[in-house]
Write a protein that binds this ligand. Sequence first.
Ligand code: NIG
Ligand code: FE
Length: 413
Amino acid sequence: MTCDLVVFNISQLVTVSGNEGLRCGQEMREVEIIENGYIVVHNGTFLEVGCGDVPKHYINDHTKMIDASGLTVTPGLIDSHTHLVHGGSREHEFEKKLSGIPYLDLLKQGGGILSTVKATREATFTELYKKATKSLNTMLLYGVTTIEAKSGYGLNLENELKQLEVAKKLNDDHPIDITSTFLGAHAVPEEYKNRKEDYIKEVLEMLPIIKERKLADYCDVFCEEGVFTIEESRHILNAAKNQGFKLKIHADEIVAQGGATLASELECVSADHLMASTDQDIENLVRNKVVANLLPQTSFNLNKTYANGRHMVDMGCGISLSTDYNPGSSPSENMQLVMQLASIKMRLHPKEVITAVTKNAACSINQEAQKGSIEKGKEADFVIFDAPNLDYLLYHFGINHVKDVFKNGKQVV
Ligand code: NIG
Ligand code: FE
């Protein structure tokens, strides 16, 4: 049988194959790296992965042949926490931030998330679509082939639907695959100031409508001091679970409220941020195999401590890493910077980092059966990096190493 595409002579082929399911603790280092590897792609999936000479029977006159000498190949990167669709930007708050006004204080003053809510409500579908397309194009250039995208800047039915509809259309139109999350409980909108209970009721009413229109697979809550409490988060997430949503939570980003422990209790798929989590919280995540989704760009941008990734892996956690791309706490789509910050600031080993942004990130959106590794039968999403080996990719930081990107076997960069 002949095939569509062969990539051969690969200096380091990082397959991240084998071992189905979330890789926890030491398993995160069990990454297969094939020197002088090749991959054979047909009909959008991997047909064979190997080492040395490519079997002749795969090749005919129509097979595209790529010589990857001196280059590294990994699975397509998966960014499993983004706030992709939103209006406007927040550089007008940059000086305030630099002068030391805390992130949550800006929100209390009606800025922060609420300033983006205003811009998102004012934006048309087309404006949001165009802006998000630009971000997706940037993500692709940096090697990302699948993302998760949250709503949460509409904070009323009409505008939450608008955001989710934009993400749905982009999933159809753009090479990057998008999984959507409903984040109606991202903040309390101005019109509900001092009436949080009423807003929570509105969020609960949005759930069945979003479910019925198949606009989101996940529900998320910003569980944080001054935003939603543990009890409120439990209430909203339980209601979502009863409607058939899978769960995620913004947990322990700034203040340790026990968000990660709640994630474990509710069997969330992932608990995200975890900068302030305690050891007890982490143990609870480990026990219920909740993915610890860490977002180092947010720590960098808010000038905060980083989640203790090294300690979490040593405690047996399964970690994924994402950009948290959003206009406030992480205005950057750069997954390679995320990886480099994770190794330098969280002391994660390169093999742990690549597991976190491929296999474990796929687990974070329940797509590990199709994506996240280079192995026979999986979707042929992969990146060719202009780097001689995996370590180099993390060590030589701050630049874009991507040479080519393939999505379902088709070259997209
Ligand atoms: O994950 N923390 C809550 N949500 C985002 C920030 C959103 C914003 O500031 O616009 C986050 O950091
Ligand atoms: Fe976030």
